[in-house]
Ligand binder design. Structure first.
Ligand code: GDP
Ligand code: MN
Length: 379
């Protein structure tokens, strides 16, 4: 899950990172009120999950509450890289003498977190990486963890004076705690700014949380932005289904990730396009089947739906009952093809037959059939 800047800064603040006070606003009026309560110059920042907001006109200074109102209104009307701006962060503004880059990211190749630092901050770091890679300092964090002497050794050459370097080293140690204890796969500060008085602060926050750790962070739910999640993705998450929406028109409901991948391959092999990847998992409770059908039919323009069930732990009769219950509650308007084999297959076939449905045991046949029927629907 990607966090908005204001959420990232909230996480930073929990670990004692220096960030400037601010609040999020959904309307120009709210922005004006926040600016008034903060006093002085504020910065209004679009809260969209895209980089380069500054260049796109999504970051503006305001010197008084009325100006904050105007700037917030302008920014709330923007669409940045295809993302409409629903919220702005109104924060105390900083005077900036110099901008650095500081991040910790998982390096999958080296299987270790990687610290990346640069004195060329503020701008697009990808650009620096391309044109002047020598200006990015990289350090793989060893298994025993990041130590304060690592942080000091990394920061000392980058900063002109010792006081700034030690503030930056302290920030890096805190960023490491954000990354580890916060279960992030990316924690980035760009810019890490130095004020004319020599104070070092995190002016931006980009955080990606590792969804695999969701079970130990009850508070992540509050950060989930409904505007960033489709209804299908939400339902899948709530019901514990692995779901990825694709662009095709053949909906697939499959038990097991490997079989789901294989199913998509076979659909493609016969010239069809899968509408989704969907793994209903080992259990076959009817609720999951109902949720699966709902997700597929509301999110994609499907012209056919394929159930591909290999009954091991999953009992085919449970899935059949799920299909019957679901179709009874809300009939489908597109053809349905069912392939099932394995545990309690005969029972399942009986349940489906009684309901007027049939099922095959051949995956190959089922895939060809659903593609054919989908084409009839389209024709
Ligand atoms: P991004 O472009 O999406 O990465 O957004 P940033 O939060 O990094 O802001 C872009 C740029 O706006 C920064 O590099 C700064 O130059 C400027 N900026 C952001 N906050 C402030 C602030 O408080 N005061 C000043 N003077 N400039 C700021
Ligand atoms: Mn930035």
């Amino acid at each position: 899950m990607n966090l908005h800047e204001y959420q990232g800064k909230e996480l930073f603040a929990r670990f004692g990172m220096p960030v400037l006070p601010g609040q999020v606003a959904g309307t120009p009026e709210e922005a004006r009120d926040i600016a008034a309560s903060l006093g002085g110059t504020v910065v209004i920042k679009a809260q969209v999950q895209a980089g380069g907001r500054g260049k796109a006109g999504g970051v503006k200074l305001a010197h008084n509450p009325d100006e904050a109102y105007d700037k917030a209104r302008d920014i709330l009307a923007l669409t940045i890289k295809g993302l409409p701006v629903h919220k702005v962060l109104v924060a105390q503004a900083a005077d900036i003498a110099k901008e650095y880059y500081c991040a910790i990211v998982m390096d999958r190749e080296k299987k270790a977190p990687l610290v990346m630092l640069s004195a060329e901050g503020g701008v697009d770091i990808e650009e620096v990486a391309k044109t002047a890679p020598e200006k990015i300092v990289k350090f793989h964090i060893p298994l025993e963890g990041l130590r304060s002497y690592h942080a000091r050794n990394l920061m000392t050459p980058l900063f002109p004076d010792f006081k700034q370097a030690s503030q930056a080293a302290d920030i890096l140690m805190r960023l490491y705690r954000v990354y580890m204890e916060g279960d992030c796969s990316l924690a980035e500060i760009n810019p890490l700014a130095v004020t004319p008085e020599g104070k070092v602060i995190a002016l931006d926050a980009k955080v990606v949380l590792d969804d695999n750790a969701e079970f130990r962070h009850k508070d992540w739910d509050n950060w989930r932005d409904p505007a960033e999640e489709t209804p299908g993705a939400r339902l899948a998450r709530e019901k514990g289904l692995s779901y990825v929406k694709l662009d095709g028109d053949i909906g697939c409901v499959v038990n097991g990730a490997g079989l789901a991948m294989a199913t998509m391959d076979v659909i493609k092999h016969y010239g069809g396009e899968p509408a989704n990847f969907l793994d209903i998992g080992g259990s076959s409770n009817p609720e999951k089947v109902t949720a699966a059908l709902k997700i597929i039919t509301t999110e994609s323009h499907v012209r056919g739906i394929l159930f591909n069930i290999f009954g091991g732990i999953t009992r085919c009769d449970d899935v059949a009952n799920g299909i019957v219950a679901s179709l009874t509650a809300s009939p489908l308007s597109v053809p349905l093809v069912i392939r099932l084999t394995g545990t309690n297959e005969e029972k399942a076939r009986q349940i489906l037959n009684d309901f007027g449905l049939s099922a095959t045991t051949s995956m190959d046949e089922a895939v060809r059939m659903v593609i054919e029927k989908a084409q009839e629907v389209g024709a």
